[in-house]
Design a binder for this molecule. Structure first.
Ligand code: EPZ
Length: 431
């Protein structure tokens, strides 16, 4: 199993190009099942998760070709025919987002058998809203032995769905099914995340009729078939925010390119409040932090445009060295403080009660061996390691590889002392 070793203390100076968004790319890949024509996704991130989903799509009948295009990495997915409507437990367990093939399979062929994903390290993460939405579109859903058997022999029909709370995955899943349903679908209390807008844009390029994406009410007028298209994957806002926080933690000046400041407005506001200088420009932003100590600030995670839960662990790492006490409230997932005991191994002073963590800033962190149970928690430990004295070793790097492309190369190019220690290969994922 690979590990990442970081020697803390180096200031970061340079430029980091941001990749396409993992959480958009994997839903866009699933959308390719909706047409028999090629869907070409540009600005594709090359990650363990995208490779993994590519393999599942191949089993369902897709041809998946990774290539270098004029503007960088792209993937072309062509599913002339669905050869199987079965997504087994082993694959869905390893990557929850595999569950999102259910809607497109059902929409295109009228049936699917997809494993329930089960819980994961950050929470129980049920899929009840996904299933209720598919039922509202006329699907018959039966659950047996851990599998969802879904049927819509005469096709899906448009329907009205109003979610009791915001769910990114359920909103995306409903969109993926509704575009080929007969008639109009209205999704109320829809998630407004930029990945939803990206998915809707791609579906519209494929001939779908989706309006209102990015607002709480999305309307879809079903069409009888979708075509191929070319679509650029949205920049990764979580990668953007993570490197912004890394620069703030290590100090120095880092320009993030190929991204958009408006994707992380809530984070930028909090970083400025803490004392970090963020200059926005057309293709990204520049983060500057001098030697002065940052101020502790409070955050509460919320659906977009609120503070992203996927940046909570990284922000907590920054707050471990801030002046004062920072209160961090996690409202999206019930178990997303797994990084706290690991940050404590580096010398952080944090106490947790329910969904609230209190971080009392310390004067310094010290390198240690640490381990994390999910992707964003792992990268928070890398960020902490950048400012810790001595060497920090982050175990279970496969989590990082799922969502951060060439992390050690990108940080290393800015002067960070980060290297990968090679170990036995593992084929593991958890989210
Ligand atoms: C997506 O997960 C992201 N994953 C997560 O990123 C992200 O943290 C999350 O959205 C919130 O922004 C992907 O896009 C692959 P939700 P998702 O449905 O869609 C509950 C990362 O690190 N819920 O908005 O699964 C759920 O348990 C990952 O990249 C139900 O109760 O999130 C959670 O408490 C981690 N029933 C809340 O809703 C349902 O049917 C919000 O989850 C669905 C969700």
């Amino acid at each position: 199993m690979d590990r990442i070793a970081i020697i803390g203390g180096a200031r970061l100076e340079g430029e980091i190009p941001i990749s396409g968004a993992k959480n958009s790319a994997i839903k866009l890949m699933a959308a390719s099942l909706l047409t028999d024509e090629p869907l070409r996704l540009t600005n594709m991130p090359r990650l363990a998760d995208t490779r993994f989903l590519g393999r599942l799509l191949q089993r369902l009948g897709a041809e998946v070709v990774d290539q270098d295009g004029a503007d960088g990495p792209e993937t072309v997915l062509t599913t002339r025919e669905i050869v199987s409507g079965f997504a087994p437990y082993d694959l869905v367990r390893q990557m929850r987002a595999s569950f999102n093939v259910l809607g497109p399979l059902l929409a295109r062929t009228g049936q699917a058998k997809v494993s329930l994903p089960g819980g994961c390290s950050i929470g129980a993460r049920p899929v009840d809203l996904h299933l209720k939405a598919l039922e509202a579109l006329g699907a018959r859903i039966d659950l047996h032995e851990g599998y969802v058997y879904a049927q819509a022999p005469r096709g899906l029909k448009g329907g009205e769905i109003s979610f009791p709370f915001v769910s990114v995955g359920a909103t995306e899943h409903t969109l993926l099914a509704a575009v080929l349903a007969e008639g109009e679908t209205v999704i109320g209390n829809a998630a407004c995340e930029p990945e939803i807008t990206d998915l809707a844009d791609c579906l519209n390029r494929m001939g779908a009729k989706v309006s209102g994406a990015g607002t709480p009410t999305i309307r879809v007028t079903g069409v009888s078939r979708l075509t191929g298209a070319t679509h650029p994957v949205l920049p990764d806002r979580i990668e953007t925010g993570t490197y912004a926080l890394a620069a703030a933690m290590a100090g120095g000046e880092v320009r993030l390119t190929g991204t958009r400041a408006d994707l992380i407005t809530a984070l930028i506001e909090k970083m400025r409040e803490a004392g970090v200088d963020v200059a926005e420009h057309a293709d990204g932003m520049t983060i500057r932090r001098g030697p002065e100590r940052l101020k502790a600030v409070e955050i509460t995670t919320d659906p977009y445009p609120g503070f992203a839960t996927d940046l909570q662990a990284q922000f907590m790492a920054l707050m471990t060295l801030a002046d004062g006490e920072s209160v961090i409230r996690e409202t999206i997932f019930e178990n997303r403080f797994m990084h706290v005991p690991e940050l404590a191994r580096l010398g952080a002073d944090i106490s947790v009660q329910g969904g609230e963590a209190r971080v009392r800033g310390v004067a310094g962190l010290n390198g240690a061996q640490v381990m994390a149970t999910d992707l964003r928690a792992s990268v928070s430990l890398v960020i902490a390691g950048l400012a810790a004295k001595g060497e920090t070793i982050v175990n279970r790097v496969y989590h990082l590889d799922r969502g951060f492309e060439r992390l050690e190369e990108k940080l290393g190019a800015c002067g960070a002392q980060v290297r990968r220690l090679r170990g036995e290969p593992v084929e593991e994922a958890a989210d």
